[in-house]
Design a protein. Sequence first.
Length: 91
Amino acid sequence: MLESSVERHFIRCVKERRGRCWKLKFLGVAGAPDRLVVFPGPRIYLVELKRPKGGRISPLQARLHRVLTDLGWPPVLLRSKEEIDLWIELS
């Protein structure tokens, strides 16, 4: 399964829950999480999507994820449609 397939499923699931998700790019900073997700409530998440087998976090991503975690915004890592479904249900 490709990461793009996982991402399409994720976007559809977020929209079904009345949430919004935007592609993230941090200007001048490598390793940003893939998506910023906002649900009514307000509930805000940073999400990194990877393909189920072989999708790895790069060292740059890991470093930025540690910085974000230290600031109280730990990115959520999702690797499959099943993980997405479970995360959506629990969010």
